[in-house]
Design a binder for this molecule. Structure first.
Ligand code: ZN
Ligand code: ZN
Length: 351
């Protein structure tokens, strides 16, 4: 099978010939139709996330079940599925309390092999490949009416935004909300805020084109941070700060801004990863204002089915989130376009 292999930090991926992965008793073998191209992949390529080279990236997989292991009862060949979970140990205190997104002993996925025998690791899923084998618990059926392209991004970016709004931000109808960053995660956050009944929904970016998209997805007010201070503007619009603020970039400056724009008693949810370095909060006001600062790690398991249901009912929009589809041998172009902000969401096609 073809797969895109990363040999070193900041190098182009190489399309190479690998063995089709083995299928153990608990696994499903998926013929990959689509794999989303996500900022998480870029972070590995840039060396901001650790990996064991050579490795196969890609984690937003949609495809068709090709074969199932002998203990797998929930799927059969031909089922359209996505990978909507990460590997979990199943035994730690987080796994035992349905918060496996925080699993503290996450196992490494089994490695792959090149046809000449060279061992290739998989980063998380290893979805930039024509076939992927994963435990059945990581897999969810795609309901009718949702295409492979649309379904692929549900497993990561759409459900991460859902987790942010539902579980971390605990949004209630009538809450005022702010979203800084209107890329894929930001637009999804905005559409879930609309579904959950937030008002106003204030969207911030520095690109006019992204602010236009934010309006289409449900923003009621937009602020261009290149022209206006978003903290002052959000405080002015809401008369004192927003109830729920979200940062969807992963930048220390904008992460601090959402805390400063949150009203007393509100919650600031940082969705974009800030890495392991120090993070400065510019004012200690959040202490006596009882502002909750929280983060997000992917999603909870049942979020995937809830989001599919919302998509099926037409409450959220998936189609117009996908800006472009790339053939698998254009994977480097897809990653470059993502890095340069040319995509809402891009996907790569593998079969
Ligand atoms: Zn992703
Ligand atoms: Zn665990």
């Amino acid at each position: 099978m073809k797969a895109a292999v990363l040999y070193e930090v900041r190098q182009l991926l190489r399309i190479e010939e690998l063995e089709v992965p083995e299928v153990s008793d608990e696994d499903v073998l998926i013929k990959v139709a689509v794999c989303g191209v996500c900022h998480t992949d870029l972070k590995v390529i840039e060396g901001r996330t650790r990996f064991t080279p050579p490795t196969v990236l890609g984690h937003e997989v949609a495809g068709t079940v090709e074969r199932v292991g002998s203990h797998c009862q929930d799927f059969k060949a031909g089922d359209p599925v996505i990978i909507g979970m990460r590997y979990k140990c199943g035994r730690c205190r987080y796994c035992l309390t349905a918060r496996e997104n925080l699993c503290e002993r996450r196992p490494a996925p089994p490695s792959l092999k090149k046809t000449d025998g060279t061992v290739i690791t998989r980063w998380n899923v290893g979805g930039f490949a024509q076939y992927v084998s994963v435990p059945a618990y990581m897999t969810f059926k795609i309901p009718g009416g949702i295409s492979m392209e649309e379904a692929s991004v549900v497993g990561c970016r759409v459900t991460t935004a859902y987790n942010a709004v539902k579980h971390r931000g605990r949004l209630e109808p009538g809450d005022s909300a702010l979203v800084i960053g209107c890329g894929g995660i930001g637009l999804n956050t905005i559409q879930f805020l609309k579904c959950f009944g937030a008002y106003p929904i204030i969207a911030v970016d520095i690109a006019e084109e992204k602010l236009e998209a934010a309006k289409k997805f449900g923003a009621t007010h937009v602020i261009n941070a290149g022209a206006e201070d978003p903290v002052k503007a959000a405080i002015k619009i809401t008369g004192g700060g927003v109830d729920k603020a979200f940062e969807a970039i992963g930048n220390p400056k904008t992460a601090d801004q959402i805390i400063q724009a949150t009203r007393p008693g509100g919650t600031a949810t940082i969705i974009g990863g800030l890495g392991n370095g120090p993070f400065t909060i510019s004012s200690g006001r959040f202490v006596t204002s009882e502002i909750t600062i929280t983060g997000v790690s992917s999603r909870q398991a049942h979020d995937v089915e809830e989001v599919f249901q919302m998509a099926k009912l037409g409450r959220i929009e998936l189609r117009s989130l996908i800006t472009k589809s790339y053939r698998y041998d254009q994977i480097n172009e897809a990653l470059a376009d993502l890095e340069h902000g040319k995509l809402r969401m891009g996907v790569s096609l593998w079969n």
